[in-house]
Design a protein around this ligand. Sequence first.
Ligand SMILES: Cc1ncc(COP(=O)(O)O)c(C=O)c1O
Length: 393
Amino acid sequence: MHGSAALARIAPSGTTAMTDRAIELRESGLDIISLSVGEPDFPTPPHVIEAAKAALDAGQTKYTAVGGTSQLKQAAALHFARDLGIEVPASQVTVSAGGKQAIFHAMLATVSEGDEVIVPSPWWVSYPEIVRFAGGKVVPLLTSAKDNFRFTAADLEAQIGPRTLWLLLNSPGNPTGAYYPEEMLRGIGEVLRRHPRVMVLSDDIYAPINYAIDSNGGRPHATLANLCPDLADRILTVSGVSKSHAMTGFRIGVAAGPQWLIKAMEKLQSHSSGNPCSISQAAAVAAFAGPQDFLAEWRERFRQRRDKVVAAINAIPGLSTPTPDGAFYCMIDAAPLMGRFGDDMKLTLHLLEHGVALVPASAFGGRDGFRISFAADDARLEEALRRIEKALT
Ligand SMILES: Cc1ncc(COP(=O)(O)O)c(C=O)c1O
């Protein structure tokens, strides 16, 4: 039996060896602290849970419109306006089974064999695989710790060619926490004006976890569709409730963009998953339209953990990290330790033997480092940092 040609173009997760070893070690009785997961450790807010229960009790258990209920489209439009400054009618919003599916459908609906997609690296693991599955060619745009893992407008322009179709822009980003402030986005907008074929997928799923919001005098989260409205007809902004509202299991993502693209994504969705889960949609309405005050508190707790991680890591010889401006990840540079360990996979396996599960930078198209997710309980996080120090010194 053979898989399809499209399947052959994608790679299995680069972390399988790590996960297998973590299971083995746990089964042998070792206490493993996982700093490898990409989801908040906080419980889903009670008003969201109540909305899901009420939807069940009300019998909302049937098919909905393929691209989401009108209530959720309206609540998502409210979220785009309030949190991202993007004014869109509900008809230019679509709902899918997680942000991941929105990205998958956007690429499958637009990319033809040989189209190029610029993907800044280190990247979120699914971006390059989705592009390749769709038949596109991944053009990596390398960023490094010394630039806080951000590319400049000039870096971008150097990668654009006649076949460039998309730029995948993730801010704040996974796995680096990099955030592109207003000035940088305006520069990127200038480049895009010179290249009218290029579209941008702006993945803003971590926007509510943006520490710069609190430290830059109340300036809101910056995003391209808000700052460059003249480019709005080629920007798809992706968001959701998974990260901001601790709802990863509900599988709801939303996207706002030009009508033709939203329609194309819904056409595809009508033949893949169909509508997103009806109960989850009702819960997501409560998430977007209900109280948001807990977000500031969660952000503050994440910020305190971030500061703890950055201080502890930068005090360990051979490790360093810039301070991320958003999300709940730190990308740690361990280049000085490569002589001792060989590569970052071997280094993370060594740290796993000392009781901490992490993801090597190479799984994200980076090198010589690893990602820490600080979406973990404070006491466990502190213990994990102690173990990393002990394992390396
Ligand atoms: C950058 C980024 N985009 C999208 C997603 C997808 O999120 P969801 O769980 O809503 O599919 C993730 C999840 O890890 C992510 O890190």
